[in-house]
Design a protein around this ligand. Structure first.
Ligand code: CA
Length: 717
């Protein structure tokens, strides 16, 4: 756990270290996820100058924009001796770390001032990482129209793109001029651009489907292949004649979830392409769809299908496996998330989201890739480069080898798949055989590090051996690693390691647990205290983040795991209930917490990725939908309450093409742009386990797993 977070360091790369990785525009603003104010901005003023701000940030304008759905409002009045400054920050998004070459800053601006003077136009500067500012460049714009301002880097005193990519904010300011007059500008699409003329659009897009749900319509189109397409622009009409632009989409996502926000209403849609200069193509064909009332069962299927699409449509191209996050790196596969995705693909196949044939083809691709990909003692790395199949040390150079925990999440999915593809034909047999081979090659026993070691170790590096030196100690998300290591038919570890390592009782385990829990509660593995009226048998502090109750138990049915201390279905259920009760009590008074807003777990956040827990020190005010929704088997009533609130109350920002976005924080008026590979699939899979037990039943059918359980039972006597 500790290490998991400690090595979450995102390296910022401006060059092409990895061949052909997708290059994003280095951007500062396209749209705000939230209304009212823009989280990634700040304003200040002094000496009698005033600038409009909402809670210290720039207002978001929903009615006037260059790209739909919004822009930023810059409204100010200067005084003779005063000044103001507004900063728009570059968002550092995991995996969005390769950028298109650039030579200039581009801003779209609209002058909506009532008065005609141009003497109070703002100046623009770039802020470097050390907070120093470049030369200020004055800008001008005509009134009443959107205009592109392009400022070459040289005007800021910057000589190259590498230096420009160190910019953390674009600063707007002015002082002293044109005093006492109200100026109003709208600014949009702030980004670095190349002054080379871009490729021109030739084709027009083709809309393929529009499907209505309770509050939103999903539209999808033919995959974009033309490199000239920068964005897809989406139009909605309520009468089939007058169309309003409602949003934009990346060219690598062929789908848009339009949260129209009304049930039982008909809408018409069309789309267009935008090129690098925002020139627009011809519009597509028009398709219509109606929103409709949905039953609880239909809502569950809707959430399952949307999250399933992350792994079906959003997969890495060479392998068919899961990416770490979207948007993020396109070529980088995350092993553990892929294991979860495999289980989501199975649930999706069984629910008919795809055909069995389509599913078989995908699993042939996945298992073929994994049979050839780089492993270390049969164990996969955390991240794999899709095109080459080699380790990708995304978390730093020490993490350039095996990751036993990620591999166990992957293996959990593969073993469920081995039982699902049970038909007597050559394709399904090949899938089963490849999975057996992968399973049998994994040298779980190598990861003991020392002869007769009590513990399994998380990582091994081919050139730095055990340098990360992280031994696996419960309670956390890694129980399945011990259970699989014990169950291995070829490289098993003794079942006694469950007690000597996972549930370790000596000072190593005690110190480890109290260090990360900041309490002695649960430092002996077992806990025994009561929180919010609920007795917790096992768990550090009051149980920890909810992903502890998800990752190891998506395939492995916790009903069957009973050790000397507890049964893990009951214990997981109690952890989910404690989490729920904590959020209802909401001691830090965060906005949005309550019976329909709960579930602290690991997710993206406004300031950082963090593993939130239901304790004061680890509760940062953000809620991740996966927390409550992946807990469906444990807390069906409370999970359904959260699901409905997230969709019906917050869907306008929280719901997107792959279902719920990773997290939101109403106190900070922030919502994540991201979908995370580790967080989407658990929703699909755990809802399925709640509804039918499908993935649990498949996984538990594996004979080695049954044998492993017997060994553990013997050890527990
Ligand atoms: Ca915009």
């Amino acid at each position: 756990m500790r290490r998991f977070l400690a090595i979450f360091i995102i390296l910022f790369l401006s060059g092409n270290l990895i061949a052909q990785e997708y290059e994003y525009s280095y951007g500062f603003f396209t749209n705000s996820m939230m209304k009212e104010n823009y989280f990634f901005s700040s304003v200040k003023s002094s000496g009698g100058s005033v600038i409009k701000a909402i809670k210290g940030k720039l207002p978001v304008a929903g009615s006037r924009f260059h790209t739909p759905g919004n822009a930023l409002e810059l409204q100010y009045m200067n005084s003779a001796s005063g000044s103001w400054q507004a900063a728009v920050y570059h968002k550092e998004i995991r995996g969005m770390d390769h950028f298109r070459d650039a030579s200039a800053l581009s801003i779209w601006i609209y002058d909506a001032s009532a008065e005609s003077s141009v003497t109070a136009m703002p100046e623009v500067q770039l802020m470097r990482r050390d907070s120093s500012l470049t030369t200020a460049v004055p800008i001008t714009a005509n009134k009443g129209e959107w205009q592109q301002i392009t400022i070459p880097f040289s005007k800021f005193g910057i000589s190259n793109a590498g230096e420009a990519f160190q910019t953390i904010a674009v600063i707007f300011s002015s002082k002293g001029t044109d005093t006492g007059k109200l100026r109003t500008f709208y600014i949009d699409d702030i980004e670095f651009t190349s002054t080379d003329k871009a490729l021109k659009l030739i084709a027009k897009p083709e809309l393929q489907d529009a499907s209505g749900y309770a509050m939103h319509v999903d539209i999808s189109w033919k995959k974009v292949s033309a490199p000239a397409v920068k964005l897809i622009k989406i139009y909605r009409s309520e009468d089939g004649r007058n169309f309003n632009a409602v949003g934009v989409q990346y060219p690598f996502i062929s789908r848009f979830a339009d949260y129209a926000g009304e049930t039982g209403k008909k809408y018409w849609y069309c789309i267009s392409y935008l090129d690098a200069d925002y020139n627009e193509s011809e519009k597509s064909n028009v398709l219509e769809a109606s929103t409709r009332p949905m039953t609880d069962e239909e809502l569950l299927t809707m959430v399952q299908q949307a999250s399933f699409r992350y792994y079906w449509e959003g997969s890495e191209a060479s392998s068919g496996m899961a990416r770490e996050d979207i948007p993020g790196r396109h070529n980088m596969i995350a092993s553990g998330a892929s294991g979860f995705g495999i289980m989501a693909l199975i649930a999706g196949t069984e629910r008919g989201f795809i055909s069995r044939d389509e599913s078989v083809k995908r699993f042939e691709q996945i298992t073929d890739f994994l049979s050839k990909a780089e492993t270390f003692h049969g164990v996969y790395p955390h991240f794999i480069d899709g095109p080459s199949g080699k380790v990708e040390p995304f978390f730093g150079n020490q993490d350039n080898g095996a990751d036993l925990v990620e591999t166990s999440f992957l293996m959990q999915g593969l073993l469920a798949a081995r039982q699902y593809f049970d038909r007597n034909n050559s394709q399904e047999k090949e899938i089963r055989d490849r999975i057996t081979s992968i399973w049998e090659k994994a040298e779980w026993d190598w990861f003991r590090h020392y002869p007769n070691s009590k513990f399994l170790y998380w990582h091994w590096s081919p050139d730095q051996a055990w340098v990360i030196n992280h031994n696996l100690i419960g309670w956390n998300e890694t129980m399945v690693t011990y259970l699989l290591a014990i169950a291995s038919p070829t490289h098993a570890v003794p079942a006694s390691m469950y007690y000597s390592g996972w549930a370790n009782q000596d000072s190593t385990g005690q110190k480890y647990r109290s260090a990360w829990g900041q309490t002695t509660d649960g430092s002996m593995y077992s806990n025994g205290k009561t929180y919010f009226g609920i007795k917790l048998d096992v768990g550090v502090s009051n149980g920890g983040p909810l992903f502890f109750t998800h990752y190891s138990y998506m395939g492995y049915d916790p009903h069957f795991i009973t050790d000397k201390y507890t049964n893990y279905f009951t214990n997981n259920q109690n952890i989910a209930r404690i989490n729920y009760k904590y959020c209802v009590e909401n001691p830090k008074k965060f906005k949005g917490y309550g019976p329909d807003g709960w579930g602290l777990t690991a997710s993206d956040g406004p300031f950082d990725y963090s593993a939130d827990e239901p304790v004061m020190g680890q509760d940062h005010g953000k809620l991740a939908p996966t927390g409550a929704i992946s807990s469906f088997p444990y807390t069906p009533v409370e999970s359904m309450q959260a699901l409905k609130s997230y969709y019906f109350n917050y869907g306008s920002f929280l719901w997107g093409e792959y279902g719920f976005r990773d997290a939101f924080d109403l106190t900070n008026n922030w919502c994540s742009d991201l979908y995370m590979g580790l967080n989407q699939a658990p929703m699909t899979v755990m809802i399925e386990n709640y509804r039918t037990g499908l993935i649990w039943n498949l996984f538990m059918k594996n004979p080695e797993i049954k044998e492993g359980l017997k060994k553990l039972e013997k050890e527990s006597k």
